[in-house]
Design a protein around this ligand. Structure first.
Ligand SMILES: [Zn+2]
Length: 297
């Protein structure tokens, strides 16, 4: 990597860097709006202090037990942590311009303190955290439009309060505290976006993309769960009603590969890095008090 003081870099995507003075170098950039740090061995404490103009920060798959953003990155609009070891986020209310927060696959147990008071917040996406509870009152987030949290221990009798800008809410309140796999997460994100699903990748029992596609003795493929549940009730083929001679099913590796290819093709719908890199305009700094910056439906 070669970064020179005074350089004008808008997006920087770094993997496994071991540059001792990385953040010293970044500090000297004239302009740096998006920073993606993936697969780092460690990040020095307070390393983000110097990044005064950053708009989007994504840290992926990197040890980072505590993220302390007190006194740093006042310009940040988008914060994304995925697969980091973060148990605690401190000082979030200092990110006064924060509009989107995405936390995926972290051992985080509590919502960052003060998050539900943040005036500019538009989007919350929390998946597979260790959350024990949720603050009830979100009405201070006047522009909040999307609230996607799963899973969480959530007592159905407790109410959550939002401002009326909220159009998209999804909270998994299953009693069973079930973590989804990364593939399951990708599939759910794609299905939320109402992408047309190819016929050959759809299960005709659940009408969704295949989960663990398995083929029965007459050569038809269904989700493993779907066909197992079906055969507990009747020993027929769901597609043709033919009576089956055996309950045996086997994983369909070809369909699994095609499914993977389909997921990769739509990576920008679930992978925050692809999302950022495929749509740089969305991450440019604008006047954050202007609600049109994030198009409200
Ligand atoms: Zn199914």
């Amino acid at each position: 990597m070669s970064v020179c003081p005074g350089d004008n870099i808008i997006q920087l995507y770094l993997q496994k860097q071991k540059v001792a003075n990385l953040f010293e170098l970044l500090k000297n950039l004239k302009r740096l709006e998006t920073l993606v740090l993936r697969n780092f061995v460690d990040l020095p404490e307070h390393s983000f202090l110097s990044l005064r103009k950053l708009v989007t920060l994504h840290i992926d798959n990197t040890p980072l037990p505590i993220l302390d953003v007190t006194d740093c990155i006042p310009s940040l609009h988008n914060l994304i942590l995925s697969g980091t070891s973060t148990e605690e986020i401190q000082g979030i209310s200092n990110l006064r311009k924060l509009q989107r927060i995405t936390l995926l696959f972290l051992p985080l147990r509590h919502i960052p303190s003060g998050l539900n008071q943040m005036k500019e917040l538009r989007e919350i996406t929390f998946v597979n955290l260790n959350l024990e509870n949720l603050p009830q009152n979100w009405t201070s987030c006047k522009f909040l439009a999307k609230f996607y949290v799963e899973p969480v221990f959530f007592d159905g009798n407790e109410k959550l309060y939002f401002s009326d800008t909220l159009t998209d809410i999804d909270i998994s309140n299953d009693i069973v505290y079930e973590f989804c796999s990364y593939q399951e997460f990708c599939i759910r994100m794609i299905e939320r976006e109402k992408v047309t699903l190819p016929f050959h990748l759809k299960c005709i029992i659940c009408y969704s993309l295949f989960r663990h596609p398995c083929t029965n003795s007459v050569g038809h493929t269904y989700c493993r769960e779907c066909i197992s549940r079906w055969m507990k009730l009747r020993l027929t083929d769901p597609q043709t009603n033919v009576v089956l001679r055996t309950k045996s099913i086997h994983p369909n590796n070809l369909i699994e590969i095609l499914l993977q290819e389909f997921l990769e093709k739509h990576q920008n719908l679930y992978d925050p890095v692809s999302k950022i890199l495929s749509n740089p305009k969305e991450n440019l700094a604008t006047n954050s008090s202007d609600p049109s910056y994030f198009p409200l439906p």
